[in-house]
Design a protein around this ligand. Sequence first.
Ligand SMILES: Nc1nc2c(ncn2[C@@H]2O[C@H](COP(=O)(O)OP(=O)(O)OP(=O)(O)O)[C@@H](O)[C@H]2O)c(=O)[nH]1
Length: 222
Amino acid sequence: MDAGPDPHAPAPASGAAPRALRIGIGGPVGSGKTALVAALCRSLGGELRLAVVTNDIYTTEDADFLLRNGVLPAERVRAVETGCCPHTAIRDDISANLDAVEDLEASLGPLDLILVESGGDNLTATFSKGLIDKQIFVVDVAGGDKVPRKGGPGVTTADLLVINKTDLAPLVGADLSVMDRDARARRGDLPTIFQSIAEDRGASQVADWIRGELTARLPVAS
Ligand SMILES: Nc1nc2c(ncn2[C@@H]2O[C@H](COP(=O)(O)OP(=O)(O)OP(=O)(O)O)[C@@H](O)[C@H]2O)c(=O)[nH]1
């Protein structure tokens, strides 16, 4: 489904990107998506006009976590209760998510970055290109070092693969070099980041990747 142009997109200022970069964050249940969103709010919230849309099936758990942890003011967070499989709301019927994005842009004015966190799903979940510009897929080492090898569209095609909870690798017997080899085999030149949010509370490598994506969208000065 193609959502077409965004009617709420702010008029581009001279030298500025046309509208907020929308990044979808998906991945299996418990891999660390909300922890990543919170970390990115910590590292980027002071330098970018940032807002977040969370998706949960029956609750507003993830939005509540962000608010409880004070990583972003309440007016910058919207919670979508999907009431159905998480992938349906980010891939098939994206209207509730688009409404949330447009509502944020209408109430806050021009934004630089909107993070859309999917509800936890499985390795097949992907975002509609009508909803987001770039997709980050988060898996974690506690799921086993076989996960990248299993592939699926998230692992194989996401613009960025994040392998989270590296601090747990020795505890669960996960071999990071195997995960690295398999991720390269599945993804070719697409980037993969290994991280532990427990050890790097600002997810600095992912924040840097986002800064790079924002820079890449800026019009080339003539
Ligand atoms: N040890 C360790 N724990 C982590 C790390 N990142 C997240 N966690 C923990 O893993 C658990 C799940 O993290 P969440 O961020 O809620 O995972 P999620 O992917 O958003 O989960 P759902 O929204 O339920 O799919 C929480 O208890 C986090 O504190 C990490 O790098 N290392």
